[in-house]
Design a protein around this ligand. Structure first.
Ligand SMILES: [Zn+2]
Length: 655
């Protein structure tokens, strides 16, 4: 019996006659589309290394341990013990959904059938659990009459799972699973995954069928992830309007009401709870063409990406949005949850499809290099949860089998899909968004484009065109906002280009086999102030955020089962920059090593070496620097702050 037949029988036993496939065309127009991941192969670079390391970690995990409580909840004997950390608490089962997505993405990115094998095995196991449950339910969260979903179905939604037998965020966890099943179907062609997903969605529908509007709104106070997005996607795949209606019910009036009216009421709200709601609206806009959803998504993106983000592209502190006039108070060890950046980049891709804008892709590049790439330990492949921006603190990475924070789940996905945004395309255009070594295969054009570059360690990138016959195409090259000068050469000949920093420049021609394009940009040091505070600055080289090496004095191991334990440890006072914010770049010189700089007569109590933040992994660092005048330093040098910073001399012994 083949997989499809078997899965349809399961579906029939559960009362689902057939899974109609009727891909719904987008109602909203798009101007650019991504390529399937399978058409973009990464060439050697830090991104390729991060992907390979992530792949090793994925294959080191035991699917039966991730499935353990799924079987327990279905009344089946677990085949292996559950993993530790958040997997054996109220978020049980969330990792399996991410794992399905990450393995599906990795299969697309590499073609390695080991990942396909993992996906097919897990989907088969989930189908068995679903059959054993008998009502469409399949998850690792308790679902009895008095447990989590039982009371919800009875209208007891005011606690929405909080404290009810250990379900922290029940719909959040169901969302991860639905998203993973949809990825298994869409990226791996697993038909059974769609059956399991639709059965589960039907169970969601039945569980919430009798809720009043008021009960719905009370329930939606609790983090529900991207339930609206997953259900919208199911509608897109099946054409079943029931899923569209259900998707639109996951609409939290309290948060989305003000946003839809152009009001930023986000201060004090949990950040990673809100971003997926907006991604769901973005998908609903694409499927329905409803401009209210488009407007809300654009407004939210502008507020968060441009007004609520740190220099690395991450946002929030202690998982929440804070007042935009007080960033300095929030430079703690609890900043920039990785999931938020994962989700903001996902949202950015939606907006870019609707109307490609270099400002969006500048933000994407910022977050990708300085937060996502920076969030993986290049030794172990493990992940950061809260990316500390507290001067003098350090990164804390997860442990392989006892952490399973939300950001471990999104982390698995982050490093499996670096190929998804390098290029986009229109009917007759190719967008070069990111300068990451890669090879694009575009069968519809009978074209292969290979991008070779050492960027950001070099200041240029080169494209090679391979095609059997000439291809007419407008090549749109991102002119990043961080460079004033951009030159484009085709086959060595300088092109006349029109554009400005923060736009796309176009080379429109018939591309011949063997054509080359060389893009060169001026990279230079620059500073960016902390929003609203010109006396606290970050230093960047081109788009790359630099961090100061501050040694390992009294630093604990840089990994943990619980990151927040590490955040309470003692940190030495960090060095300051003493000088003028306008002229401090004169005091920072390259050392000769790639992307490495040293301050001269600037840092107090000592000068520091600056390296890319994405390479800073096993010592204390500062990304933001307080800048004070020599007079202030003189006056300060007798007070307690100076006494404390004196200790940094030990850490800076390389002076
Ligand atoms: Zn997270």
């Amino acid at each position: 019996m083949n997989i499809l037949k078997k899965s349809l029988l399961v579906a029939t036993a559960l009362g689902v006659v057939a899974i109609a496939r009727s891909d719904v065309k987008n109602a909203a127009a798009s101007q650019a589309e991504p390529f399937p991941l399978s058409q973009v192969r990464l060439l050697d670079s830090p991104f390729k290394q991060a992907m390979d390391l992530d792949g090793k970690y994925l294959l080191s995990l035991d699917p039966d341990r991730l499935l353990s409580w799924y079987r327990k909840e279905a009344g089946l004997e677990p085949k292996a013990p559950v993993y530790g950390g958040w997997e054996s608490t109220g978020l049980a089962g969330h990792t399996l959904g991410h794992y399905l997505s990450a393995c599906s993405l990795m299969y697309q990115s590499t073609g390695d059938t080991n990942y396909l094998g993992r996906v097919n095995y897990i989907v088969g196991e989930l189908a068995l659990c679903q059959q054993a449950n008998g009502n469409g339910y399949v998850a690792a969260i308790p679902h009895g009459k008095d447990q989590v979903f039982g009371p919800i179905a009875q209208g007891h939604t005011d606690t929405a799972g909080f404290g009810l037998n250990g379900g922290w965020s029940p719909w959040y966890t169901i969302h991860k699973e639905l998203a993973g099943l949809i990825d298994a179907n869409q990226l791996c062609g697993n038909a059974q995954a769609l059956v399991v997903a639709t059965n589960l969605a039907n169970w969601v529908d039945a569980t919430t069928a009798n809720l009043t509007d008021d009960q719905w709104q009370k329930m939606l106070v609790c983090e529900y992830g991207g339930m609206n997005e997953a259900l919208a996607n199911l509608y897109g795949i099946t054409g079943n309007p029931r899923y569209l209606q259900l998707s639109e019910k996951f609409y939290d009036n309290r948060v989305l009401g003000p946003l839809s009216a152009g009001e930023d009421d986000l201060t004090g709200k949990h950040s990673n709870t809100q971003i997926p709601k907006i991604i769901g609206l973005a998908r609903l806009y694409e499927l329905t063409g409803d401009a209210r959803y488009e407007d809300t998504a654009k407004f939210f993106w502008t507020q968060v990406a441009l007004h609520r983000s740190f220099v690395i592209g991450g946002n929030g502190e202690r998982e929440g949005f804070f007042p935009t006039n007080n960033f300095a108070k929030h430079l703690t060890a609890y900043t920039a949850e990785s999931c938020c950046t994962y989700n903001m980049l996902k949202l950015t891709r939606h907006l870019f499809e609707w109307s490609p804008d270099a400002q969006e892709m500048d933000f994407y590049e910022r977050g990708l290099y300085n937060d996502i790439l920076a969030s993986q330990d290049p030794e172990t492949g493990m992940f950061v949860y809260l990316m500390s921006l507290k001067p003098g603190h350090f990164k804390t990475f997860s442990t392989p089998t006892n952490a399973f924070w939300c950001c471990v789940g999104t982390g698995m996905e982050n490093h499996s899909k670096y190929g998804d945004t390098i290029f986009f395309h229109g009917d007759q255009s190719l967008f070069l968004n990111l300068f990451i070594p890669s090879e694009l295969t575009w069968p519809e054009k009978n074209l292969v484009v290979r991008q070779e570059t050492q960027f950001p360690e070099s200041d240029h990138t080169k494209l090679d065109f391979q095609c059997a016959s000439p291809v007419p195409l407008a090549l749109r090259i991102r002119w990043p906002e961080w460079t004033d000068e951009l030159t484009v050469r085709v086959n060595g000949k300088k092109q006349k280009i029109s554009g400005t920093p923060g736009s796309y420049v176009t080379v429109d021609r018939q591309w011949q086999n063997g054509d080359t394009v060389d893009v060169r940009f001026q990279m230079k040091l620059r500073t960016e102030p902390l929003p609203g505070d010109s006396n606290i600055v970050a230093v960047l080289y081109g788009p790359i955020v630099l961090a100061g090496e501050l040694g390992t004095e009294r630093m604990p191991v840089h990994f943990a089962d619980n990151q927040t334990d590490q955040n309470k440890t003692w940190d030495p006072a960090a060095p300051l920059f003493v000088g003028d914010a306008h002229t401090l770049l004169k005091h920072i010189k390259p050392t000769g090593d790639p992307l490495t700089f040293r301050t001269h007569d600037l840092g107090k109590p000592g000068d520091v070496t600056l390296i890319p933040f994405y390479k800073m992994n096993d010592q204390r660092y500062s990304v933001y620097w307080s800048v004070i005048s020599p007079a202030e330093w003189q006056a300060d040098s007798t007070n307690a702050q100076a006494q404390a910073t004196h200790q940094m001399k030990i850490a800076l012994s390389r002076d």
